[in-house]
Write a protein that binds this ligand. Sequence first.
Ligand code: HEC
Length: 243
Amino acid sequence: MVSLRTLPVAFRALFSSFLILIGVGYLMALTYMYAVVIQPHEQMGEGLVAGIGDQYYGQPNGKTLIESALMGPMSDKASAADRDAILQWVHDGASVDGYAKVAPLFAADCAGCHMADAQSIPPLTSYAAVEVVAKSDTGTSFADLAEVSHIHLFGISIIFLLTGAIFAFSETAIWLRLTLVVVPYLTILADIGSWWLTKYVDPAVFAYVVVGGGACMGLALAAQILIGLWEMWIARHKASHTQ
Ligand code: HEC
């Protein structure tokens, strides 16, 4: 029977190279997610789950980012009077006309850090810049969510078709092989389904599914890669010694 252990060396080299690159790709995906989703929210004192809720769901009740910041982490950056004036302006619809009155407050209290060329925090030096954080934050849009969903569904299914096809030649117990080739597909569905549920139903509960589904997918992929490499190179070596 064909198995990873007995494959010709060229196939083992090809499959191993592919599995290793996919593993590195997965680590890069985690790094990207950390940099884009987790770290910015961590800086605001939010945990992983709250951060994911914010990302897909936005601020509760259509609250704006600037309100959350002024009531939370930025509350000590302006005097109570300045804060109230800015909040009032935001409540009144953050209009261009009213901006003239609050512009000096932003310049005095905020622009020292939120400079025009600020990278990781929003600049607060012009109306156009302030408007971005003064509009109600509804999270990832329907269209954006549809876009990332279909790209992920197509892309990840193909990746797991290839890693699963390689792993199917492993000599592990049949239940383990079946589990490890099917689980990634279930987690893709749970994961992407929960992005939508996080946005449209309840951010708290489904954010846990995003995290849990992502973790199961990662574990299944890691198992496919590590067991595959083990059987192709190390188990084979051991077997040839004991024969
Ligand atoms: C001493 C520097 C400093 C000052 C002054 C400051 N900020 Fe910030 N601000 C930060 C940093 C750093 C972050 C990112 C980390 C955080 O949220 O704690 C941030 C984050 C924010 C965010 C959230 C950005 C996001 O994408 O989540 C908003 C909104 C904001 N500040 C508004 C203001 C306003 C309004 C003022 C003036 C009243 C102000 N900040 C004054 C340093 C500053």
